[in-house]
Design a protein around this ligand. Structure first.
Ligand SMILES: *[C@@H]1O[C@H](CO)[C@@H](O)[C@H](O)[C@H]1NC(C)=O
Ligand SMILES: *[C@@H]1O[C@H](CO)[C@@H](O)[C@H](O)[C@H]1NC(C)=O
Ligand SMILES: *[C@@H]1O[C@H](CO)[C@@H](O)[C@H](O)[C@H]1NC(C)=O
Ligand SMILES: *[C@@H]1O[C@H](CO)[C@@H](O)[C@H](O)[C@H]1NC(C)=O
Length: 182
């Protein structure tokens, strides 16, 4: 009986706390999406450029390295921008929704993994070093996203990245794996 009362009390305080919490924050999903769109714009230029280098047999440390440097800068910039956005209360109905922001980041991460997965050390001898350099800013972006986006969005990115998980593991991108919750 005592147990029951305590449980009921705990439930009542949860029911009380939630609406208050919601009123205190703002839905910053639009700012989060704008940041992720800026990242996607860069990924959508850099990854095809790497693919063209590969297809035309011009991929090497110098040519791919220059593109990786741009990717590092793009993810670093997005991590910094996301860090400046207040935690979002989010929305499941008003665009951009919690799922919209997750899909935007998930798409960029997927493009990076599929675009870089064909680069072998035979083609790009320093590829392992390049991916190690990329690990920190990519993880920083995911961590900053986790802090600014609603928890539901982070959980969805985790689901979207289930297929890419093996790439991050194979390439020893351990910071990114941890940030994604693997
Ligand atoms: C790398 O490829 C570029 C063309 O994309 C070429 O100009 C350069 O000479 C190559 N560098 C080496 C070291 O092979
Ligand atoms: C971006 O890169 C700079 C230089 O490497 C680093 O000091 C800074 O912490 C990075 N920013 C983020 C948000 O990770
Ligand atoms: C959105 O839906 C999830 C579960 O589907 C829920 O946990 C979350 O509170 C909802 N967010 C808002 C702002 O209503
Ligand atoms: C980011 O969010 C995912 C999904 O909710 C979680 O599994 C992961 O541990 C979080 N990462 C950090 C560093 O909190």
């Amino acid at each position: 009986m005592l147990f029951r009362n305590i449980f009921a009390l705990a439930l009542a305080s949860v029911a009380f706390a939630n609406p208050l919490e919601k009123r205190q924050g703002t839905n910053t999903n639009p700012a989060i999406l704008a940041t992720l769109d800026a990242l996607a714009d860069k990924v959508n230029v850099i990854i095809p450029a790497i693919q063209i280098l590969q297809d035309s047999h011009q991929a090497n440390d110098t040519s791919v390295g220059a593109q990786i440097t741009q990717l590092v800068t793009a993810f670093n910039t997005s991590a910094t921008a996301l860090s400046g956005i207040a935690p979002s209360t989010g929305s499941n109905t008003t665009a951009p929704t919690n799922n919209d922001v997750a899909v935007d980041l998930g798409n960029s991460l997927s493009k990076v993994t599929s675009g870089l997965s064909a680069l072998t050390p035979a083609i790009v001898p320093s590829i392992a070093t390049f991916l190690a350099e990329l690990d920190t800013p990519v993880a920083a972006t995911v961590n900053a996203f986790n802090k600014s986006a609603p928890a539901q969005s982070s959980a969805f990115v985790h689901i979207l990245m289930l297929d890419a998980r093996q790439f991050f593991a194979d390439e020893d991108m351990t910071q990114t794996l941890t940030a994604l919750g693997f």
